[in-house]
Design a binder for this molecule. Sequence first.
Ligand SMILES: Nc1nc2c([nH]c(=O)n2[C@H]2C[C@H](O)[C@@H](COP(=O)(O)OP(=O)(O)OP(=O)(O)O)O2)c(=O)[nH]1
Length: 131
Amino acid sequence: MSARVIVGAAIVRGGALLAQQRAYPPDVAGLWELPGGRVETGETEPEALRRECVEELGVEVLVGDRVGVDVPLRANLVLRVYAAELADPAAEPKPLEHKGLRWIRPDALDRVRWLPADLELLPHLRSLLAA
Ligand SMILES: Nc1nc2c([nH]c(=O)n2[C@H]2C[C@H](O)[C@@H](COP(=O)(O)OP(=O)(O)OP(=O)(O)O)O2)c(=O)[nH]1
C-alpha cells in the first residue's frame, strides 16, 4: 500500500519563507511547520495545498515544484513539500488556525523551533530561498 501524504507549502515571498506555529496538541504546541495538511480522497496534491492555504491562512497560493524528498512521519504517512507563492503578492496571510505566522529569512532558518520532520527539509528550503 502506498503511503498517505501530508502536503506542505513552502511559500516564498521576497526571499523569506512563511511558517506557522502550532497551537496543539500540547507535545508540539509552540513548534513551527509549513502550511498544509492531509490530502483528501479525490483531491490532487496541489488542490489539497490550495484548500489548506485558504483554510489556514485565508489566501490563495500558486503551487510549483516539489521541494526535497518525502519525509516519513509515521507508518504509511509522509510529508511532501511543494514550493508555492501567494497568488496576490500583496495579500496578508492570517493565522486562522495557528498561534502565529512569521516570514523567515535564510539566516534565521536554523533558529526556528521546527517540527522534527521539517528539520530534515531545511537544506532544501535554504536552496529554495537562494534560487
Ligand atoms: N501541515 C504540516 N504538517 C506537518 C508538517 N510537519 C509535520 O511533521 N507535520 C505533521 C503534523 C501532523 O501530524 C500532520 C498534519 O496533519 P493534519 O494537518 O491533518 O493534522 P493536524 O494535527 O494539524 O490537524 P487535525 O488532524 O486535527 O486536522 O503532519 C508541516 O510542515 N506542515
